[in-house]
Design a binder for this molecule. Sequence first.
Ligand SMILES: *Cc1c(COP(=O)(O)O)cnc(C)c1O
Ligand SMILES: [Zn+2]
Length: 397
Amino acid sequence: METTPAFEGLRCVDCGETFDPETATHRCPDCEGILDPTYDYDSVELDRDDLESRRFESMWRYEELLPFTCDSAVSMHEGTTPLVECPRLADELGVERVLIKDEGQNPTGTFKDRGQTLAVTAAVQHGASDVALASAGNAGQAASAYAGRAGLDSHVFLPTRSGFTNKAMVNVHGGDMTIVEGRIGDAGAAYEDAMADHDDWYSVKTFETPYRHEGKKTMYYEVVEQLDWEVPDRVVYPTGGGVGLVGMQKAAEEFRDLGLTDDLPAMYAAQAEGCAPVVRAFEEDRDTHEAWDAPDTICGGIEIPDPGASPLILDALRESGGGAVATSDEDILDAAVLVAQHEGIEMGATPAAAASGAWELAQQGEFDEDDTVVVMNTGTANKDADVVRSHLMGKGL
Ligand SMILES: *Cc1c(COP(=O)(O)O)cnc(C)c1O
Ligand SMILES: [Zn+2]
């Protein structure tokens, strides 16, 4: 495998055992726990000048802190997305600065590309011929795109509710698509059945592969560099499976431990009221979530009733001094429209949960006047422009 020098192996977050990444490819061979890439940080020589001297053209510029070499990457220059100053939102929220990290500008329109560039690179390194996953939509689209680029076949299981663009583009990328009646859990069950019949399919599903959260962590590195090495006070993230949040928390600790920054930002999980298992667990002071009974939100990307990594998410929220917030679909769609009208930035229905959550947190008095708040726009509005527009039309606009 073409691994980077500091990459040591994969550590199980449950039993603590470490494994060789050549042979351990997905969950912990001993206990089925989530595996997390580890590095010998003492051997990583990175300073601010090094990083600043590199071109800002792909997330692979942080190669030393990724498992695979840049040369081996299945990449379309994902990442290095804009961090856009939003002065009107800052006024409205009563804070010094609001910045939107615009992940809509990734190759397939969402930050899922950061996870798939790494997961599909790993699949190639492991000699896979086929990749497979269940997804609410965006991850499936991203996986079929990266698989196509790598010359692999992809098998994508989506629920009926996933968006038209996702379904269309999985087809266009040549993915083998199965649409499953119901919600994400139903798509997940169909995927499990199919995996049991195909032992040559390589999973690129959330937290099955150790590499999706690892790819998404680069969002945080970029934010800090774009803020000239200032650590934001708050980061608000639309949370489903929590892949990005767990990844960013790891990144924040890495940058601090490498001496590149001094602090950690407070991390906030924003969810929709119709499916908020992480918010409920946070409020009830529990270490893990309870599955949400009847998930129902227009925000498909975060309609995740049973997020297996909730202990990691809840740890990140508590260790960083952040929190969790849920708002209604109505408020979320209003926030998508408001951001589009006041700042020009196109937020999809799912990411707008982060904008709406930021408002709610501001109203609860969670933010200080001199705060810098970063809102993660995880995907472009083009993915579900129909949803946001029909919200306006429903109001007679
Ligand atoms: C998948 C997705 C999310 C949720 O991501 P997690 O990291 O799994 O919590 C948020 N926004 C969009 C647009 C997504 O596609
Ligand atoms: Zn284990």
